[in-house]
Unconditional design. Sequence first.
Length: 96
Amino acid sequence: MPNTKSAKKWLRKNKKRTLHNRVFKSMAKTYIKRVLAAVKAKDLSAAEAELRLAFKRIDKCAKHNIFHPNKAARLKSRVAKMVEKLRREQTSQTAT
C-alpha cells in the first residue's frame, strides 16, 4: 500500500486508467472477433463492413497508447489478410 499522499493519488489514477484501457482493449478485440466470425461464415460483405469498424477501433487504441503502434499494425494486417483470402476464394469460385 502506498504511504505518501502523492503515491495514493497515483494508485487511484492507475486504477481509473486501467479500467478505461480495458474497455478500449475489449472493444477492439470484440470487433476483431466479429470480423473473424464473418470470415468463418464466408460472408464477404459483412466481413468488409466489420473490417472497417475493427480498423477504426484498433487505430483508436493505438492513438491512445493502449496498443503499441506495431501491435496495432500487426493486428490490422492479420485481419485484413483473412478478409482478402476470403475475397480471393469467392472471386475464384465465381470465375469457374
